[in-house]
Design a protein around this ligand. Structure first.
Ligand code: FMN
Length: 99
C-alpha cells in the first residue's frame, strides 16, 4: 500500500494550546508527520507562491479577502504524479470555517 500525505500548514503566529504563539512548524505539519509515522508514505507540502503573513491577524484579513474573491492561489510545485498511490491523505487547517 503506497500512501501520499499532502498537507498545507502555515508557520508563524498561530494557536497552540489555547494561545497565540510563534510556531516554527505549523500544527497541520505536525499532524502530517504523525500520519506518516503511523502508516508510512511520502509527505508533500503544499506551498503558495505568495506566502501569507506570519502575523495572525494580518493573515486573517488576507484569508477573508481571498475567500471573498474566490481566489485560487498559485502553488510553488505540484506532485510529479499521483500514479502508484493507493491512498492520499489531505491535511489542511480550518480557515474562516471554510472547507
Ligand atoms: C486565516 C485563518 C483563519 C482561521 N479560521 C478558523 C476558523 O474559522 N475556525 C477555527 O476553529 N480555527 C480557525 N483558525 C485557526 C486554525 O485552524 C488553527 O490555528 C490551525 O491549527 C492552523 O493550522 P496550521 O498551524 O497547520 O496552519 C484560523 C487560522 C487562520 C490563520
Amino acid at each position: 500500500m503506497a500512501n501520499l500525505i499532502v498537507y498545507y500548514s502555515r508557520k508563524g503566529q498561530n494557536y497552540w494550546n489555547g494561545s497565540i504563539v510563534d510556531l516554527a512548524k505549523g500544527n497541520t505539519e505536525r499532524v502530517a508527520e504523525f500520519v506518516q509515522k503511523a502508516v508510512g508514505g511520502d509527505l508533500f507540502e503544499i506551498e503558495t507562491v505568495r506566502q501569507y503573513s506570519r502575523d495572525y491577524m494580518v493573515c486573517i484579513d488576507e484569508a477573508k479577502q481571498e475567500l471573498h474573491d474566490g481566489a485560487r492561489p498559485e502553488l510553488v510545485r505540484y506532485p510529479e504524479s499521483l500514479d502508484g498511490y493507493d491512498t492520499i491523505f489531505v491535511g489542511y487547517p480550518n480557515w474562516c470555517s471554510a472547507f
